[in-house]
Each structure stands twice: as C-alpha cells, then as structure tokens.
Design a protein around this ligand. Sequence first.
Ligand code: PXG
Length: 440
Amino acid sequence: MTALSTNQLEAFWLPFTPNTEFKRNPRIITGAEGMYYRDQAGRKILDSSAGLWCSNAGHCRAPIVKAIQETAATLDFAPNFQFGHPKAFEAAAKIAALAPGNLNHVFFANSGSEAADTAVKIAVAWHRARGEGTRTRIVGRERAYHGVGMAGISAGGIGTNRRWFDALTFPASHLPATYNRAEQAFSKGQPVWGGHLADELEKIITLHDASTIAAVIVEPMAGSTGVLPPPKGYLEKLRTITEQHGILLIFDEVITGFGRLGAGFAAERFGVTPDIITFAKGVTSGTVPMGGAIVDRRIYEQFMTGPDHAIDMFHGYTYSGHPLAAAAACATIDLYRDEGLFERSAALEPYFEQAVHSLRGTPLVQDIRNIGLAAAIDLEPVTGAPGKRAFDVMKTMFFDKDVVIRIAGDCVAFSPPLIAEQSHIDEMTGKLAEVLKAAA
Ligand code: PXG
C-alpha cells in the first residue's frame, strides 16, 4: 500500500485530534491482528490500549470476523422498529446474562454517547411514567466522561468538552472528582482515601430536593480522565444514598464492561448493583459500533402498561440492534466465554499492577494508578504547555518504539487487550520508561 499524500488526508476532520499537526506527520494504521497493528510499511506496532479501550478480545479475531462476514451476506439490515431479527434478541439475552441483579432488559444504541443519552432519557421517562415528573435533574461528577452527546456534555465533567456548549446542556449537578494526589498518590487498586466524597450527594439533594433528581450517573472507574478507581466504600455509599431518596443509579460501564476489570461488569467486581448499566466498546470488541443500556426489570415493566397499539418508549436509533453489530456482539461474548478472557484479565492484574508501578521513580512520573487491566501514569507537564509532554511521548512511542499509547492531557493510559501476555506488558512499560528517561 502506498503512503497517503497530503491531499488525500485533507477531507477527513479527525475527532479529538489536532488536525493540522496530524496531517503534517500522520500516524496511519493499515492492519491489525491480535495484540498488534501494522502500518503501511509493514511495521508491527503493539496496541497498548485495545484500540480506544474497546478491542478487548484483540484484533481481527476469526470467530468475530466470520460472524460479521456471514451476517453482512445474509441480513445486511432489518428494522427493529415494529419488526425484529433473531440476532438482536440473542445479543440482548447474552448481554443481560452478564449483568447483575434484575438488570435484564437491553435497549440498543450505537455508541457510548448514545448509551448515556438513552439511559438518562429512560431514567427521566421512568419517573414521569410513575407520576414523579418533577424528577428531571441528573447528577454527574467532575472529570466524568459520558461521551459527547446530550448526557455527555451535561452530566460529564471534563471542562474542555462542555465549556463551549453550556447553552445546550440539561440541568445537572456534579459530585466532586474522587482524586486527591496528596492522599492517594501511587495507590494500587482502590484508594483507601475518598469514600466520604459520596456524602457530597447528600448536599446536592439538600440543595435541589430529591423530588427534582432523576438519576446519578457515574463511571464505576473513571477511565478517560486518567483511570480513577473508586475509593473503598464510595460506590456502596452512592448506592445507599440513591436508594434512600428514590434516585436511580446509572453505572456508565462503556470502559469497565466486558472484562476490563476482570468481570463481565464492574458492578459485579465491586458488588454494587445499579439500576441501569450503559455499555459500548467491548460488547463487540470494537469491531462494529454498538452501545446500549441494560435496565432493571421494574423500570422496563413500568413502560409495559399501555394499550397494545401504543409505542411504550419514544426513543431509538435506525441502527439500534443492527444485524452486523448484534452478530458481532454474540460472537464476541461467546469468545470471551470460550477463552475465559474475563478470568484471564483478573489473573493478569497483579502482574500488570507490578509492571506499571515499577515506573515509579522514572523521570517525569508524578503518579500511577491502576485497577483491572487499566492503568494511568501522570507525567510532569511542560511548563506553559499543558498536554505537550504526553503528546510528544505518544509520538515517540509510535514512531520510534512501535507502540500505540493513549493519552489524556499529560497522562498516559494503558488498557491492553485481555489476550495480552506478560511480555507485552513488559514491552509497553519498558519502552515508556526508555522514552521518559530520554525526554527528561
Ligand atoms: N462513556 C464512557 C465511560 C466512555 O469512556 C463514552 C461514554 C462515549 O462512547 P462513544 O462510543 O460515544 O465514544 C466513553 C468513550 C480515551 C477515550 O482514550 C475514551 C473514550 C472514547 C475515546 C477515547 O480515554 N470513551
């Protein structure tokens, strides 16, 4: 394959990317297999981030590829408005089977952003259907990422993603972020300090009154902002307070679902069952866009009381439960089961933890956090140029060390596919150490 010319790069406005710089020196990926990408020169590049936290089964896995290919040739599309096709039902059942408690109904969307929008709409509609239509406020959290849709910019807590769009947001309050470097630096797994931060929800309830609050939405582990595992006791406390006040609890498991934390969902790992779980990414191992919301039975049943001819929920997407995505989800979930990948993720966690924490003391490293197969390394910023340090490290890792890493601000995140071997972990951490030493 010949290299793309500058002209060919022009039309595509890349998301979350500085386009001008990218097009001057593009990082183009042309193939993928297992733990590796390939570029147009045939160079093998280690994927340390499972795509964008999604390729949990590794790349181009044969059973998933086959399922997608066969479905594309036999049922390219079928509507799920007023009709249905078998794979969507099968996928919903497989997803629901992984979810805890009575979370056994799945509403399909196509991304994590749509999943978050879907979950908050269901929450508000559910209260309305029960005769509590004043419950419309959503509580999110500082530093949260729920995508870039309505819920993502309103309940999300990443300033750069929402500050220009305030006029487009719905009423939301924000819990404080759970991170405090002075108290938690270099914690392994769940930090001991910070469980009390869930009590801030009581203050929000006092200010706005529970009768105006529909739901609390949190990532059980904040991923995108740089891997913030929940402090011990924090999620449990959120569950207790929401239950006391009739507020729904939504876990955004777009990153934490499908084995990232060594279980089907983080809800299972932490032993806390929310009312709604949102998912995307790992559900198809990143192969075909799919997202959705898994809801508690009592929420679903509330909508099932109307006359036979009347739609129960005025929400949905053309591609909700698309045949290719549904087939990919079924094959992916079967593969996770057949290869024991969630168990593998749990078994690899101690090695991964030790490997990432071995970077402590390396030049430029300010903090390290980890849980499951997710870790983040905060780097010392370049004075006056926030984000530049990690950006330069990412480029060096790609061009000189043959490793794709994911960055957020001046933080490097590792979230390898669950098929990773110890040698892959050593390679990503070892090469990062080399780059940091050279950059210091
Ligand atoms: N919720 C969570 C918790 C996410 O992490 C979304 C919702 C939105 O998903 P979509 O499919 O609409 O992008 C996400 C997405 C990164 C990174 O490197 C993280 C995400 C996406 C891209 C990059 O941190 N998370």
